[in-house]
Design a protein around this ligand. Sequence first.
Ligand code: GTP
Length: 398
Amino acid sequence: MSIVTVQLGQCGNQIGFEVFDALFNDSHCSRGLCSKRENEAYQASCKERFFSEEENGVPVARAVLVDMEPKVINQTLSKAACSGRWKYGQHSCFCQKQGSGNNWAYGYSVHGPRHEESIMNLIRKEVEKCESLSGFFIIMSMAGGTGSGLGAFVTQNLQDQYSSALKMNQIIWPYGTGEVIVQNYNSILTLSHLYRSSDALLVHENDAVHKICVKLMNIKQVSFCDINQVLAHQLGSVFQPTYSGEGLFHYRRNPLGIDWQVRPPLSGLPPLGKMSVNKETHFNTSIANLVILRGKDVQSADVGAFKDPALYTSWLEPVHAFSVWKTQRAFRKYEKSAALVSNSQSLVKPLDMIVGKAWNMFASRAYLHQYTKFGIEEEDFLDSFTLLEQVIASYCNL
Ligand SMILES: Nc1nc2c(ncn2[C@@H]2O[C@H](COP(=O)(O)OP(=O)(O)OP(=O)(O)O)[C@@H](O)[C@H]2O)c(=O)[nH]1
């Protein structure tokens, strides 16, 4: 099954390139420390997911590139072409001459409706190239105007037109300080809209990835390119194929098969006594953890610690909340590697900060006119605040 990636705005396009490059380089690195037969099965599975083939044999990314300025798209296309190993489709881009000026409302209410037909047509053509569609992977930042506003608009359209396909958004959380003044407004509007139309949000915080570059990789002057390579490595290690339950060499065909629909029991929350014990002993309660192991000795790796009930909310059994995916095929020449995807309380604090800062600005009506003039009213802000406060409260109560 295949995934169609939609890269939006500067951030989405720059990260998208690194992701495809990482996926391609990994699947074509020599042998991957496994048998030739296994390597071929892995390559075929990666290709089905992320690349289609042109007549001359060069793999073409299953992607649509969208930006309201041509610069980043042109750079992205030429970087892919220069790799000489894979490329983007000739007719897979949509760009205009003027960006959204970091205004979510402009991306959502102006660029969105104006270019809806062209963008959705490009996506439809990409979908038609897939024998079987698994879902969409939508890469965007939260803080700009195009990726966030237009990205929210496009995700909503995908929800309307492809309701049964999974929509997963990769969103980049802005640096805590020093960026765009209205980034917290843009962020709360993005999150509250995606909450309604997306099935899964995969979040990376720029501050956290920056720290990885400085502390673990010893990079002195960290660039977006460095950050994006770390992100691409992490995403690749999640999305590259792993065995299905059927045994070795059978690769899972549905790459996004996580249960994203966990709901609390209808019978209500557990008795208070148990909840308060949870509160004292848990530092980061989870709803779901997925561990992905690749390389040598994966079959004997001990993941028992992830089955500890203390890690999970009391209404979920670890057996339902924890999954492990494996393959003996090494990832990017690392003899062994492990990745963790976690749905947990870890974002409560950053979310609370963003909502708090946006609320303080909203209370003094700062910059609101920039939004109301493009049809995003105070009511819309209030709805976003209410919804995100509920999300924070639900996660706090795990
Ligand atoms: N990790 C990462 N973050 C980026 C990159 N480029 C921009 N950002 C972040 O994205 C946010 C700004 O969004 P952009 O993607 O630049 O904006 P845009 O979507 O193109 O929207 P407009 O510029 O308003 O048209 C800020 O939080 C930046 O830190 C990138 O290549 N990598």
